[in-house]
Design a protein around this ligand. Structure first.
Ligand code: FDA
Length: 311
């Protein structure tokens, strides 16, 4: 992992830095390149542009670590509004949604898991009515068991619900085995949080090796793997493994984040692959932005310039 990554993830917890950065209008250069806007309309507009280009989309209403039940409810309402607008625009077939359980109440001190489950169920039901699906994002390792338990509950009535697994965790190869069954949608990413050695691989090489082991399990299995990475090596290995395991195009998909390697996104879609772009939107873009910068410190100078000009 990059030397800059850990300090940046720590700085991202500083209130001072957060206040400074959060006063930037979302249009400030770097923010806008990762987040199309703060409103549902801006997200729907970005969805339309990508779908017109032959891509699919998953939408994430930004927000995490909600410690307030009213805020959790407001997040549910935002998802319902988004699903209504996607349906009205004829986009719901090509756009699913991604939900962070901590944004819908998982971290609340009392009954957090139950509140998050009930709220997630409301969103999952609305998504089904709109003809689309939900994937549960995965947050730091202290939430993995609770998130997988919520997935199991939701799948009883809504088996189309998917979840994210993070290759940097030691446990993930085994989680992949448990989730590689028919109809199971698993989004495999490397993982974006600062995790201790006791639970997570620390070097880039070890994370990549784990990613490949997990890919093998998922592509050889019966489920629907969603290969979420911008890493050219991982994409090329996934493509070879898909051929090795006799996977037809459309029996798995690639996923990348909005604004990252857009030309590669288009290339994969043009070659007949299903390519889905993760679009985050909303006012709470700070934590998301800091994780992206931690992965790509080259962007820091660009970021510093947009902070100074503060347009
Ligand atoms: P990595 O960061 O190792 O980069 C490898 C290469 O990719 C780079 O050398 C470069 O070529 C290219 N690249 C990467 N970032 C780039 C950039 N900003 N600009 C240009 N090129 C770049 N994490 C998590 O913990 N929980 C979750 O729920 C999710 N959900 C999720 C959904 C989707 C659809 C995606 C794509 C990712 C996530 N993530 C996530 C984030 C994920 O864990 C990871 O942090 C990032 O995807 C970065 O890892 P990469 O696999 O892209 O490779």
């Amino acid at each position: 992992m990059s030397l800059l990554r850990q300090p940046l993830l720590l700085v991202s917890r500083s209130e001072l830095v957060k206040n400074l950065v959060s006063t930037m209008p979302v249009s400030a250069g770097i923010v806008n390149s990762y987040v199309p806007g703060e409103s549902t309309e801006s997200a729907v507009e970005a969805t339309r542009a990508l779908v017109d280009d032959g891509l699919k989309v998953t939408l994430d209403f930004l927000g995490e670590d909600t410690l307030d039940a009213a805020q959790a409810q407001a997040t549910v309402d935002a998802y319902l509004d988004m699903l209504r607008q996607l349906t009205a625009s004829g986009l719901a077939r090509n756009a699913e949604v991604s939900v962070k359980l901590s944004a819908v109440g998982q971290a609340l001190p009392r009954d957090g898991d139950k509140i998050a489950l009930d709220n997630a169920r409301t969103i999952v039901r609305a998504a089904r009515n709109a003809g689309t699906t939900v994937t549960l994002d995965m947050e730091d390792h202290t939430t993995t068991d609770a998130t997988l338990a919520t997935l199991r509950e939701l799948r009883k009535d809504f088996p189309e619900t998917g979840a994210v697994l993070q290759a940097y965790l030691h446990r993930t190869e085994s989680d992949c085995r448990h989730l590689a069954f028919e109809g199971s949608r698993v989004r495999l990413c490397k993982g974006a949080y600062k995790e201790p050695e006791s639970v997570a691989f620390q070097s880039r090489l070890d994370v990549d090796k784990s990613y490949v082991r997990c890919l093998k399990v998922l592509l050889a299995g019966q489920g629907y793997p969603m290969i979420a990475t911008h890493d050219p090596r991982m994409v090329s290995i996934a493509s070879s493994l898909a051929s090795r395991y006799g996977r037809a195009q459309g029996s798995y998909e690639y996923q990348m984040l909005y604004g990252i390697r857009p030309e590669e996104q288009k290339r994969l879609a043009d070659s007949g692959e299903t390519m889905r772009v993760y679009i985050p939107y909303g006012q709470e873009w700070y934590g998301y932005l800091m994780r992206r910068l931690a992965e790509r410190p080259q962007n820091l100078s660009f970021f510093a310039k947009s902070l100074i000009s503060k347009k």
